[in-house]
Ligand binder design. Structure first.
Ligand code: FES
Length: 83
């Protein structure tokens, strides 16, 4: 069985206000549009103490700090490029 990709988005108030509100919707839409919903474990977490460097998104154990929608798209494209 194929390993699932783990995506965790920080939903603490600082990250959320600094871009993860937009990133959350972007990831959801990306997964839906590309039929990837059953290939990922996508979850939110509360503040993980990196607020100053947020917004924080963790994809397969790599922590992306200060990530915006465009960078996210690149990471997701790279992660799922075999599709
Ligand atoms: S709110 Fe995301 S690290 Fe604190």
């Amino acid at each position: 069985m194929e390993e699932k990709v783990n995506i965790t988005i920080c939903l603490g108030s600082s990250c959320f206000a600094h871009g993860n509100n937009v990133n959350l919707k972007f990831i959801k839409d990306y997964l839906k549009d590309n039929n990837l919903m059953d290939k990922v474990n996508f979850k939110g977490e509360l503040c993980n103490k990196l607020c100053n460097e947020g917004p924080v998104v963790v994809i397969d154990n790599v922590t992306y700090k200060g990530i915006n929608k465009m960078q996210l798209e690149q990471v997701l494209d790279k992660t799922f490029k075999h599709q």
